[in-house]
Design a binder for this molecule. Structure first.
Ligand code: GLN
Length: 452
């Protein structure tokens, strides 16, 4: 009830929720009370969560931030959310996001931008909470839920976490089932939590992850209790600092924060190791070929025939496709689909798509090489603090640069976490990112907790 009251008070301004499921929340909470009373409490019993609106929720509208799916009520539950309900969590509602998770500022949502609860001392402008999981990050930061689910294809959990002073985790690719998650780029998409603390995030991630036969890329591995890693000593831990992440024109406060993070870990007994990830500069271009290519294939299902939006007055099948997609998809989604279709087309497939896959392999090999010298990699989460709504909308390339530190973990399938680590000159939160070895979230969580 306290969270529902917070939502009622602040959501009209923040626009973090696209739908509040108050009756269902209270009903779930009562069931939790009963289980607690009878001594059957689950790991997340009674925890009020917000759900990013790309997780299919049985009987509750799921839009992925798009007019294409407005009114779509899934007849089934995503595996990730089903796991959360199994452990006793309570759903408060569905959270706003960039359309089909394409964006870094939540401005591509058909439901309008989300507002960051933080304000800069320097100006009164409304700031973005980042994206695509902007609703999740804003809701957690403003106490409109205890924690939230989110998804990360190129940084969409970690960047919004950094912009809102929250903790965001993307697990190893294959740990969380993609079944019932609206697809963007299937070889990169992973679900994960946004929470207030590293410990909360570790607890939530454990519930979210499971082997799932319904997702062909799901890994058949144990899900450890990561809370045990939180607070564990980092003495002797080798922390890699990649030379290539020092970018031209990087603001001094980001560099200072990064150095501060190294000093904190060193004080805690870790060893700082300079490393090289030589293909870093190709990561962003490779991502912006692979992700749109997969999107253009995944989103082909929105044809006006099976579910979602259908345009009126079409004269032929082709006409129906065109009208439906012109009405249902926003500008950024249309841009991605155009790029994706182009790089997959017969004449350009080898020059763009195949080449991007080779670069992706190189980036993964860079990390394989780095793990010989270090156990985790430390980087800034983003090249800046939160920016004002409207600031970067004019130029898609400037917007894409936001993802420069985060896309490598997706391309290589590695786990990554963003931890709040300080404030910029305007008093806005900044994050540091810890990347771990595949399936070694435990070490990543220990390092992250040492930075908290
Ligand atoms: N900002 C990136 C993009 O627009 C990443 C999005 C995401 O991780 N879903 O593609």
């Amino acid at each position: 009830q306290a969270f529902l009251a917070n939502i009622e008070a602040a959501n009209p301004r923040l626009n973090a929720y696209v739908e509040v499921t108050a009756d269902r929340a209270l009903e779930m909470a009562r069931a939790s009370d009963a289980r607690i009373a009878s001594g059957e409490a689950g790991a997340l019993e009674g925890a009020p969560l917000g759900i990013k609106d790309l997780f299919c929720t049985d009987g509750v509208q799921t839009t992925a931030g798009s007019n294409m799916l407005r009114g779509f009520v899934p007849p089934y539950e995503s595996t990730v959310t089903a796991n959360l309900w199994r452990d006793g969590a309570v759903m408060l509602g569905k959270l706003n996001m960039d359309e089909f998770a394409m964006g870094s500022s939540n401005e591509t949502s058909a439901f309008g931008p989300v507002v960051n609860p933080w304000k800069s001392k320097a100006s009164n402008a409304d700031l973005t909470p980042g994206g695509s999981s902007g609703g999740s990050a804003s809701a957690v930061a403003a106490d409109l839920c205890l924690a939230a689910t989110a998804s990360d294809t190129g940084g969409s959990i970690r960047q919004p976490a950094a912009f809102t002073g929250t903790v965001g985790v993307k697990p190893t690719y294959g740990r969380a089932s993609r079944y019932g998650m609206v697809a963007f780029a299937s070889s990169l998409d992973q679900a994960g939590p946004i929470a207030k603390t590293v410990e909360d995030a570790a607890l939530l991630l454990r519930s979210m992850c499971s082997f799932d036969e319904k997702d062909s890329t799901s890994l058949e591995v144990e899900t450890p209790d990561w809370t045990a890693a939180v607070g564990k000593s980092v003495k002797g831990l080798r922390v890699g600092v990649p030379a290539e992440y020092v970018m031209d024109g990087m603001p001094a406060e980001i560099l200072n924060l990064w150095e501060q993070g190294q000093a904190w870990l060193k004080d805690a007994g870790a060893e700082i190791v300079p490393i090289s990830l030589p293909h870093t500069k190709y990561a962003l271009p490779a991502y912006y070929i692979v992700a749109p290519a997969e999107a253009s294939s995944n989103l082909a299902r929105y044809d006006g025939m099976r579910f979602g939006h259908r345009a009126e007055g079409a004269k032929s099948l082709g006409d129906l496709y065109e009208k439906t997609r012109a009405e249902g998809f926003g500008k950024e989604v249309q841009r991605r689909l155009t790029i994706g279709a182009y790089v997959l087309s017969a004449g350009f497939y080898d020059a763009f798509y195949v080449r991007a896959l080779k670069v992706r392999r190189r980036i993964a090999q860079d990390f394989d090489e780095a793990w010989k010298a270090c156990d985790v990699v430390l980087t800034p989460s983003t090249p800046s603090a939160a920016f004002a709504i409207g600031d970067k909308q004019i130029d898609p390339i400037t917007m894409y640069l936001n993802d420069v530190f985060t896309v490598t973990a997706n391309l290589a399938g590695l786990p990554g976490v963003s931890v709040p680590a300080g404030l910029d000159a305007g008093g806005l939160p900044l994050g540091l990112q810890v990347i771990g070895r595949a399936l070694d979230e435990a070490t990543m969580f220990s390092a992250a907790a040492a930075l908290e």
